[in-house]
Design a protein around this ligand. Structure first.
Ligand code: NDP
Length: 277
């Protein structure tokens, strides 16, 4: 029987996950099905229950996208430490009544940076823009890379300050660096080697108030948004930074989920190349 997987979101029609997982499955010789499921905004848990209960073949897992990652965290009966730190889940595994929640976004970002872009966050001055769900998911994996510093800057300063404090106090985790939280105005005269845009500003065309001095020589500027040229990418390029979008993160977080589910790590390079075409 074919094992079943799905991605839940609202909207979800744009999702590239079904294509990515179909390419992984073909490459690794895995017999799986993977569908996109549009869950009602007030009906995520019921949609997951229905997916698990009905259909030919066993439901083994699911990905979760906007706006359900926090709710997925709540319905999981167990969570990995990185999902717990994020307070959000993008990967569910179903096994004998246990719903295991994980968050592969941070691992996907770090792997894209290190393996695809040759940019190791270790020892670098890292600036994370934004303090929403995407930012939360990547803070712990970034800290575990031992950056020289990690600054979280957000339009709403208090959210950044709260988030930084939360991660600085993370129990049981020997982090070398404590993150710092601030608003955009406090970035004046600061410089970073890696600037990661985890805001959704790019989706509305909004320009972030960033000084060009922010981007140190040989800086890498990473926008989690993909499939479009954002104002952040233009700003960063004009300031001399090397620019990357979030397509690699998308593929790498999917590969991490595939590995969790199937125990096989797909080769992401041909999949990334196919998506870029
Ligand atoms: P949230 O809605 O949780 O957070 C949005 C963040 O963006 C907040 O920090 C918000 O600031 C900030 N923001 C929104 N508009 C503006 C603006 N005009 N100017 C400045 N800041 C702004 O969204 P997510 O964290 O879930 O997602 C953020 C982005 O990351 C999305 O574009 C999403 O597509 C992308 N993403 C990409 C992934 C990938 O695999 N490549 C994975 C996950 C996310 P404030 O607190 O002040 O409101």
């Amino acid at each position: 029987m074919t094992d079943r997987y799905a991605v839940f979101g609202n909207p979800v029609g744009h999702s590239r996950s079904p294509r990515i997982h179909a390419l992984f499955a073909a490459q690794c010789g895995q017999d799986i099905s993977y569908q996109a499921i549009l869950a009602p905004k007030d009906g995520f848990a019921a949609a997951v229950d229905s997916f698990v209960a009905t259909g030919a073949g066993k439901a083994r897992g699911a990905n979760v996208t906007v706006p359900f990652k926090e709710e997925a965290f709540r319905i999981a009966t167990q969570c990995t430490p990185r999902a717990q730190a994020a307070g959000a889940v993008n990967t569910l595994s179903f096994d004998s009544g246990v719903v295991l929640g994980d968050n592969t976004d941070g691992a996907g970002l770090v792997r894209d940076l290190k393996h695809n872009l040759g940019c190791d966050p270790g020892g670098r001055r890292v600036l994370l823009l934004g303090a929403g769900g995407a930012a939360r998911g990547v803070i712990l994996p970034l800290l575990l890379e031992n950056p020289a510093e990690l600054v979280i800057a957000n339009r709403t300063e208090e959210t950044a300050a709260r988030l930084a404090l939360e991660f600085a106090r993370l129990p049981g985790c020997a982090l070398g660096v404590k993150p710092d939280g601030m608003g955009f105005p406090a970035l004046v005269e600061r410089q970073f080697d890696l600037v990661i845009n985890a805001t959704s500003a790019g989706l509305s065309g909004a320009v972030l108030p960033l000084p060009s001095f922010l981007f140190a020589p040989r800086c890498v500027a990473y926008d989690m948004v993909y499939g479009r040229e954002t104002a952040f990418m233009i700003q960063a390029r004009e300031a001399g930074a090397r620019v990357a979008d979030g397509l690699g993160m998308l593929v790498e977080q999917a590969a991490e989920a595939f590995f969790i589910w199937r125990g096989v790590r797909p080769n992401t390079a041909p999949v990334l190349a196919a998506l870029k075409k």
